[in-house]
Design a protein around this ligand. Structure first.
Ligand code: GLN
Length: 193
């Protein structure tokens, strides 16, 4: 199994470390040529969604990745990655992939409480550490989107078909549960192709 990590900006190296810890083969997507390889899952890391969105277009990565996601490629979007997947942003006119039926608020915790750490329950996974860094949260979910995590009533984790979007950063903690769960989805996808 081979997992692609979008590596144009942001916290991609931490995701790669997690995948290596779990024995998964991974590689970085930085340019169009990188997409010539086969892969069974994609991670969109945290970072700055506006910068990543712009680079995806400039590097000609947007359309091929968009097609793969629409065709069912498993994707894990963390923080800015969730923003890239969202169908709507409530406080920003940009839409990137738009494949995940949710409305997301960027920097939803404001400046005062922009970064914090907690623990919370994720459906199907259990309790995990949650590191929030200038995090978004989900304000509305559309048809077929399952809410898998809430913190203080706010939606911080969703699943829609093979797409998982979370507001927090599992890759900066020592807990590998989210990545293990994601690899399970990638495995079923690969087996059912
Ligand atoms: N605030 C960032 C954005 O809007 C996301 C922050 C993050 O990924 N840690 O893109």
């Amino acid at each position: 199994m081979r997992i692609a990590v979008l590596a144009v900006q942001g916290a991609f190296a931490e995701h790669e470390n997690m995948l290596s810890l779990l024995g998964a083969d991974c590689f970085e997507i930085r340019k169009k040529k990188d997409l010539e390889q086969d892969f069974d899952g994609l991670i969109l890391p945290g970072g700055e969604s506006t910068v990543m969105g712009k680079l995806l277009q400039e590097l000609d990565l947007f359309h091929p990745l968009h097609e793969k996601i629409k065709q069912g490629l498993p994707v894990l979007g963390t923080c800015a990655g969730l923003i890239l997947l969202a169908e709507n942003l409530s406080n920003d006119e940009n839409v990137y992939f738009g494949t995940l039926p949710v409305t997301v608020r960027r920097n939803a915790y404001g400046r005062q409480l922009s970064s914090f750490y907690t623990e919370g329950e994720v459906t199907g996974i259990g309790t995990v550490p949650m590191a929030f860094i200038r995090a978004p949260f989900v304000e509305r979910t559309g048809e077929g989107t399952e809410i898998v995590a809430r913190v203080d009533g706010n939606i911080v984790g969703v699943k829609y078909q093979n797409q998982i979007g979370i507001s927090f950063h599992p890759e900066v903690t020592a807990c590998t549960k989210i990545h293990e769960y994601f690899l399970g989805i990638c495995r079923s996808f690969k087996e059912n192709i």
